[in-house]
Design a protein around this ligand. Structure first.
Ligand code: G3I
Length: 372
């Protein structure tokens, strides 16, 4: 049976259609792990969830996996400004609404990503070409946009990535966009203020990819200074979204004791400010790894267990979300060059079978200290 045939069969099984006749009875149930990641996380007071893309909403088997494992979902792309407002006044809530409906129908919590991705590559082209002229015009636009988007999903969305990746990792400065040109650093404060006004009950995060790796010192410092400044100005930020994308070569190099020490120093400073931590986009890019799948999977699992062990050691870590559930749909596959190994960054394989990474996550949740 080809991979596509098999996926199609799984889809039919999940859809409960005539395809069931083709399936070995109980095959799916036999594959289902005893306790879902969501249940294991919930026992410790944690939320577990995953990103879901708009095309995945048409894949019943994938949605079955989401329902089986997750307590929360977040839109991989559908709530980004380039998706919601691709042209001036051309509001498109199609993908975002579809995910919100799926979440509501299935009793899943909905996380929001991201109200302001202040990054030249990820703002709509027309915004990048806009000159606001005055600070007031930029502020009006931003407040209007955030008010409309966050307001539409309040109170369903329990947490928003209000601002995403706005710091240049090389310089530590704010990325240059028409918003920063018009408003300077205040753009961040305005975004948080507008989010709070529209979604008063939601947790509000700054989300970024600073990590434990060497070369991330400037980025980490910039994030700390930004958070300090926001808190000094009473911005309603409740926590730091730590994306958790790992670029994994081997376990020792990726998460060495020295790196863990630096990382703990960073987390100590963030939590010392009274902020929570949210692991928002966990995955492991094994692009530089070699060897058979089983060996790579075991190493990825060992790394995941170490990483989550450290993160969950902090009672301030309240959520863990992976950036997808199954390998073949990961954004990382878009960067696999001809002749390179297909990546194995997520807890399930391309036939939705649990991998060692899933077991590592389950073990980390089981071992996590209880939190309130
Ligand atoms: O929608 C178009 C589609 O019409 C077209 O046919 C296709 C051809 O390339 O492109 C589609 O758009 C792509 C979109 O994903 C949907 O698949 C964009 O080119 C592509 O840039 C976009 O990539 C997303 C990326 O963010 C940029 O928005 C990834 O799926 C998504 O996983 C990634 O997620 C980010 C987080 O938001 C922030 N943190 C890092 C993380 C990974 O990069």
């Amino acid at each position: 049976m080809t991979r596509l045939d098999r996926r199609r069969m799984l889809q039919l099984m999940a859809a409960g259609s005539a395809g069931l006749a083709l399936a070995r009875p109980g095959a799916r149930a036999a594959q289902a792990p005893e306790e879902s990641l969501a249940a294991l996380a919930a026992k410790r007071g944690l939320i577990f969830g995953s990103a879901v893309s708009t095309p995945q909403l048409d894949d019943p088997a994938y949605l079955g996996l989401v329902r089986q494992e997750c307590a929360a979902v977040v839109a991989e792309n559908a709530q980004k400004m380039y998706a919601i407002l691709p042209e001036p006044e051309a509001w498109d809530f199609g993908g975002a609404d579809a995910l919100a409906e799926f979440a509501a129908r299935n009793g899943l919590d909905l996380r929001g990503h991201a109200l302001l991705w202040n990054h030249p590559d990820y703002l709509p082209d027309w915004v990048m070409e806009t000159e606001f002229g005055t600070a007031a015009a930029a502020e009006d636009f931003l407040r209007g946009y955030i008010g409309r988007v966050a307001g539409r999903y309040a109170p369903q969305i329990y947490a928003w990535d209000v601002v995403n990746e706005t710091l240049d990792p090389e310089t530590g400065e704010l990325r240059d966009t028409p918003f920063t040109k018009a408003l300077g650093p205040q753009v961040i404060d305005i975004a948080f203020d507008a989010a709070k006004a529209a979604a008063p009950g939601a947790k509000l995060a700054y989300n970024d990819y600073m990590s434990w790796e060497d070369g991330h010192e400037t980025h980490r410092t910039a994030v700390l200074r930004l958070l300090e400044r926001l808190l000094a100005q009473d911005a309603p930020v409740t926590g730091l979204g730590i994306q958790g994308h790992a670029r994994w070569t081997d376990r020792e190099a990726e998460f060495s004791p020295a790196r863990q020490k630096a990382w703990r120093g960073f987390l100590d400073e963030v939590t010392g400010m009274g902020l929570d931590l949210y692991v928002t986009e966990l995955d492991v890019n094994d692009g530089d790894a070699t060897g058979p799948d089983a060996v790579r999977d075991a190493e990825i699992a060992a790394y995941t267990k170490d990483y989550l062990g450290l993160m969950l050691d902090y009672p301030q870590t309240k959520e863990v979300l992976t950036w997808g559930l199954a390998d073949h749909d990961s954004w990382i596959q878009a960067f696999v060059d001809e002749g390179e190994l297909v990546r194995r960054p997520l807890p399930f394989d391309d036939e939705y079978r649990p991998k060692p990474m899933r077991e590592a996550m389950a073990a980390a949740f089981r071992a996590a200290p209880q939190r309130s």
